[in-house]
Ligand binder design. Structure first.
Ligand SMILES: [Zn+2]
Length: 88
C-alpha cells in the first residue's frame, strides 16, 4: 500500500473503467482533502467519475512529475498504458 505522504510530488492518473474519462489528480492536493495517511487505493475506491458518476470503477497510475520517470502501484496497469504514460 502506498500512502499519499510517500508520494507528495506525484500525480495520480485515474481512468474511468466505464466511460474512460481521464482525470489527473495532484497528490499534494489530495492530501489536503483526504489526509496524508490515506493510500492511493483509498483514493481510487472513493473516486467518482465526473462524467458518468460511477464510483470506484477505474484504473490508476502514479506518475512522478519530477524527471519524467514513473512509479507503479497497482491494479490494471498494462504495458500499453506504461508506454503511454512514459511518453506523455
Ligand atoms: Zn466515467
Amino acid at each position: 500500500m502506498t500512502q499519499l505522504k510517500m508520494i507528495p510530488d506525484h500525480t495520480l492518473s485515474i481512468t474511468c473503467g466505464l466511460c474512460k474519462h481521464h482525470s489527473m489528480l495532484e497528490v499534494a492536493n489530495l492530501i489536503l482533502v483526504v489526509g496524508e495517511e490515506a493510500t492511493v487505493h483509498d483514493v481510487r475506491k472513493k473516486f467518482r467519475c465526473k462524467q458518468c458518476n460511477v464510483k470506484g470503477e477505474n484504473t490508476f497510475q502514479i506518475i512522478y512529475k519530477g524527471n519524467g520517470g514513473i512509479a507503479f502501484d497497482g491494479a490494471g496497469v498494462r504495458p500499453c498504458d506504461y508506454r503511454w504514460a512514459y511518453q506523455s
